[in-house]
Design a protein around this ligand. Structure first.
Ligand code: PLP
Length: 351
């Protein structure tokens, strides 16, 4: 089976061997306060910083998912309110979730084909929340936009959902204070773990707020990771697999170059296709990692069936675009040969 589902998505083929290695090494039976675990944890954190260009001053903690990060940001990093700027289902869900925890949370929606312009940030808000790659519609925020938010609102924290781009896009981590992602998208690993990346400024803000009310309050996580431990019982297998995958992958800049070229190739392919068109026509905001294609409901059902016959799984539409689109993950674990196979199928879909 070949899957282009944008999460959970194709895992790297090496993962099979790494799982056997994990078993054979005994780490899966080791206590998470043991030095065996602490060594793996330390090594993984070092590889994350090196391979994903995370500045040394930033801290990384393991969480259970990207969605858990939404909760942690509301509980541990928000003193007054958060402001959410979004154009799709994930950004909106984040806002709705945050609003349940912090009732003063505010939002500003924008059109998915529009270039982002952030204008309505309330004075009292302390965290601005952006979705770098909106997986539901296949848009991304340009780095220049994120930079402008940082410059225009220097006193606020900038929190960015990079769930479907971290590991595939050359994000500039120093542009924001909080980033998070989960391993089942661009990192090509089994679902069930997320990463939360925190700047010194965000850490200082969390210390001021001093939230210690919850099982996953950030300061507990932070204190433990200083000792290469976690306060909860961690997903040891996924941490081990992350370590092995990071050891094996190329530096982020070359992965990101390849992903960008493949995305350009996908968009050219669909721009020239007789019946299938990218949902997003504004080239400046098209995602590199999630390609979203619009078509009629009947056509989509037909394509999915044709793909299935060839053992290819396409991503369903999501949220508002559930029945009017399908999605193609352009994640690093997917090979060029798999892409060629799907393009050959789609090329002849009208015949
Ligand atoms: C997949 C996704 C999430 C949810 O990730 P989980 O790890 O499954 O909680 C959140 N935000 C975006 C943008 C996503 O693509």
């Amino acid at each position: 089976m070949i899957t282009f589902y944008p999460g959970p998505s194709k895992v790297y083929p090496q993962v099979r061997q790494y799982m056997l290695d994990a078993y054979d090494s005994g780490i899966l039976s080791a206590n998470h306060r043991s030095s065996a675990f602490m060594q793996i944890c330390e090594k993984t954190l070092g590889l994350l910083q090196a391979k994903l260009n995370i500045p040394e001053t930033y801290s990384v903690v393991f969480v259970s998912s990207a969605t858990e990060s939404w909760e942690i940001i509301s509980q541990s990093f928000t003193q007054n309110s958060s402001h959410h700027y979004y154009n799709g289902a994930f950004g909106q869900k984040w806002y709705e979730y945050a609003h349940k925890i912090v009732s003063q949370a505010t939002s500003q929606a924008f059109d998915s084909n529009q270039n982002p312009v952030l204008t309505e940030v309330p004075e009292e808000c302390d965290v601005i929340c952006l979705t770098q790659n909106e997986t539901s519609n296949g848009t991304q925020l340009p780095a220049a936009f994120i930079e402008s938010v940082k410059t225009n609102y220097p006193d606020k924290l900038l929190a960015v959902d990079a769930t479907s781009s971290l590991g595939g896009v050359a994000l500039r981590i120093e542009q924001a204070d909080i980033w998070f992602a989960s391993v089942q998208k661009c990192l090509g690993l089994p679902a069930g773990m997320g990463l939360l990346i925190v700047s010194p400024k965000a850490l200082e803000h969390a210390r001021k707020i001093s939230d210690k009310r919850f099982y996953n309050s950030f300061l507990f996580m932070y204190d433990n990771i200083q000792k290469y431990q976690t306060h909860y019982t961690p997903n040891v297998l996924n941490i081990y697999l992350l370590m092995r995958v990071l050891e094996s992958v190329e530096p982020l800049d070359s992965i990101a170059d390849k992903i960008r070229q493949q995305a350009a190739n996908w968009y050219t392919f669909f721009d020239n296709h007789p019946s299938l068109k990218p949902l997003i026509h504004n080239q400046e905001v098209r995602s590199d990692t999630v390609i979203t294609i619009g078509a009629t409901e009947d056509k989509i059902a037909f394509i999915k069936q044709a793909a299935q016959k060839e053992g290819i799984v396409l991503g369903n539409g999501y949220g508002d675009w559930k029945s009017s689109t399908f999605r193609i993950a352009n994640f690093p674990a997917i090979t060029e040969q798999e892409i060629r196979q799907l393009q050959a199928l789609l090329k002849n879909i009208d015949k």
